[in-house]
Design a protein around this ligand. Sequence first.
Ligand code: DGL
Length: 262
Amino acid sequence: MSKQPIGFFDSGVGGTSIWKEVIHLLPHENSIYLSDSSNAPYGEKSADDILKLSVKNTKKLLKLNCKLIVVACNTATTNAIDYLRSNFEVPFIGIEPAIKPAALSSKSKAIGILATKGTLSSALFARTSSLYASDLNVIEVIGKGLVERIENGLINTPETRELLQSYLEPMISAKIDYLVLGCSHYPYLIPILREMLPDGVQIIDSGRAVAVQTQKILELNSLISISEERGNHKLYTNASVEILTNIIKDVEINKKVEFLDF
Ligand code: DGL
């Protein structure tokens, strides 16, 4: 059982930011990653479509014998995790914008959230936001177009910077001291964001917290790998193998990237 892989899915290549944190913390685990890039972006789809795509990806990962599933996508988590948990047997780990740590740490009492339309309009996001940030000025901005640019490998370009500039402007005017990245694609923008944000603004993403939670749930369910060998990792995309290969080229592990029609 413990040798079974951990499954991951995302609307595309962005969830590899989460996958990297998990395999770094749990080097003896095997993994399978599904990059549903042919359906990206999820963020502009209806809640019903996001749910259907999440179910499709889950079924594929279960067919591939996964023991636990990390929904490496805020949009899929905030729209589908309750349904997935009640309809499938395996444990699910979701990812949500890290509003709580930002709200608790903010001194300026203003925080920025950059996320997709699907995440910002979800009931789960509204609940978390009103629970932890009701006494703060929360500047929510939809990162329209950013997922598409990252999916096409267009990260450090003048157009991406221009888009980011327009999204950051209202946050900078409101004097935020925390920027929450509410989409698993956005950590790939951190080097540019750091250049564009005033000194002192902290950027928070949820990757490390997801990895720690994954370890905890594997242990609780006696699913943790007891192997002493390093894990094997298979990453499947239904679009460009080249772009997925490129985005994980910094990770030196036993990995294979392949095209799969799913
Ligand atoms: N990585 C997804 C997320 O975390 C991107 C969603 C999209 O495809 O729009 O929300």
